[in-house]
Write a protein that binds this ligand. Structure first.
Ligand SMILES: C[S@@+](CC[C@H](N)C(=O)[O-])C[C@H]1O[C@@H](n2cnc3c(N)ncnc32)[C@H](O)[C@@H]1O
Length: 463
């Protein structure tokens, strides 16, 4: 049979692919099935044909996966947030561990004996401390009825449909209080006739709401993104939100651009403080609106404890904490290190890191703001500080810029601990470290994000 878009075929799903789709084969061609689970036999329709692979959508489940369970979330079928809520957690872990093994073996040729068992999350629901929801006038109806209209909805996008928004009342992976805030914000916006931003016509006022919480003392920060600076218009919504005692900070970001991002240089503090405070282990961390913070606070402790173990400090080490955010990892290791030098691009994160060191009585840490690719070598300020014995590297999903990678190698540190939320860019970067004489000692996958396809992994290298 000639396969094309729209062809209906029968498939047996073998595993979960990196990214979350089910992996199957049709006449030796790889097929990625949206929401397919290992063990399922499916009737599926081809949605995309490529020279090397096919993409497909489930039409009928002919045989259920033995590990399939009922998802908690009522929006599960449509929402692009979680992929595996309907798959047994121990199987999710097994599949994620295998993905790290396959990726690293395929890209770097490393033997799987280096890869440790994936660290599970003890809490698999209500764990996310940061979520971003979109205001929209273009709702996605789970059983689509174009006649049904909503002037304002608030929620997440369906998978692959950034033009549509699911009017979400409950997200199972964020905290209870964040769900309450989500619903208060929606009802208040409707009651007060605030208009959602229309991403096609570029009209309307409310764009996104970001809810960040710190579990330590139940502190929550709400960032409302609007298309103009009009605090009078926002007042009734702010008054409703202020009634929630857990809310310690309300911030307004103004995004006048067409691009649908919540980050903005135009930022106003509307209520409370401009930060919240989280605790990991014995350390307290101040988090500003634009600063990165690990999105699963409980699992961050597990991650940082593993990094500490891998660092195996004696007290004499100079440590570079590269991509340090609010200084968390460096501060976490500071007691057993001689000196910590942190590097980070976002100025407010560096401000947080300096305050965090001081608040935790850490006297052996210094922080530098700048782009890592330009700031490590041939920089008057940095050339005079000691070179590292150990570099901890925790870049964004895109991995290391080639210039940053070259400069890190020039630092000649004995040990590198490379943490990544994207094992494929991490594997790409490992090739250069291996070529420069580093040996991979350990690889530890960590599940920071249950029910989603994301995987964190720690790789320890020595020279
Ligand atoms: C994955 S986060 C890690 C933060 C920190 N290690 C932690 O555990 O909280 C990556 C950090 O890298 C920063 N960053 C991104 N690109 C950068 C660059 N080119 N130079 C320096 N820092 C960068 C981001 O602002 C973010 O704080």
């Amino acid at each position: 049979m000639k396969i094309k878009k729209g062809t209906i075929i029968e498939l047996n799903v073998e595993s979960l692919s990196y990214g979350g789709d089910g992996f199957a084969r049709y006449n030796d061609i790889a097929v990625f099935v949206q929401k397919g689970l290992p063990g399922q036999t499916l009737e599926a329709v081809i949605t995309k044909k490529n020279k090397k692979f096919l993409k497909a959508k489930i039409l009928n489940i002919l045989k259920k996966s033995p590990d399939q369970i009922n998802p908690k979330c009522t929006h599960f079928q449509d929402c692009g947030g979680c992929s595996f809520q309907n798959y047994n957690y121990s199987k999710q872990l097994q599949e994620k561990g295998n993905q790290v093994k396959d990726l690293l073996k395929h890209i770097t040729g490393l033997s799987s004996s280096k890869i440790k068992k994936i660290k599970k999350a003890n809490q698999t629901y209500n764990y996310r401390n940061k979520m971003e929801f979109t205001f929209s006038n273009d709702p996605w109806f789970e059983k689509y009825n174009p006649k049904e209209k909503k002037d304002l909805c608030l929620g997440l996008h369906p998978k692959g449909r950034f033009d549509k928004t699911i009017d979400l009342e409950n997200c199972e992976i964020q905290s209870e209080i964040s769900n309450q805030i989500l619903n208060i914000a929606r009802h208040s916006a409707i009651k007060n006739n605030l208009t959602p931003y229309d991403i096609k016509k570029h009209t309307g006022f409310l764009r996104q709401i970001v809810i960040r919480s710190a579990i330590h003392k139940n502190e929550t920060m709400v960032i409302i993104v609007t298309s103009e600076n009009n605090q009078k218009k926002l007042e009734p919504l702010i008054n409703d939100l202020k009634k929630v005692t857990e809310i310690k900070a309300i911030i307004n970001n103004v995004n006048r651009k067409k691009a649908d991002v919540s980050y903005s240089e135009e930022q106003y503090l509307l209520y409370g403080d401009d930060f919240i405070t989280e605790k990991i282990g014995p350390y307290k961390f101040r988090i500003s609106p634009d600063s990165f913070f690990q999105t699963n606070s409980k699992q961050a402790k597990i991650l940082y404890d593993l990094i500490k173990k891998e660092a195996n400090l004696t007290g004499n080490e100079i440590i570079y904490d590269l991509y340090c955010g609010t200084g968390t990892i460096g501060i976490y290791l500071s007691k057993k290190a001689k000196k910590i030098f942190g590097f980070e691009i976002i100025p407010s994160a560096i401000d947080d890191a300096i305050i965090n060191a001081s608040n935790n009585n850490v006297k052996n840490a210094l922080f530098f703001q700048g782009d890592i690719k330009d700031s490590l070598i041939d920089n008057k300020e940095i050339d005079i500080i000691e070179k590292p014995d150990i570099s901890i590297i925790d870049p964004p999903r895109s991995g290391l810029h080639p210039k940053a990678l070259k400069n890190i190698i020039k630092l000649k540190q004995k040990k590198i601990i490379y943490i990544s939320c994207n094992p494929s860019t991490q594997a790409r970067d490992l090739i250069d470290f291996i070529d420069a004489g580093y040996k991979v000692i350990n690889i530890i996958p960590v599940d920071m994000f249950p029910h989603t396809p994301h995987i964190e992994s720690i790789v320890t290298l020595e020279r």
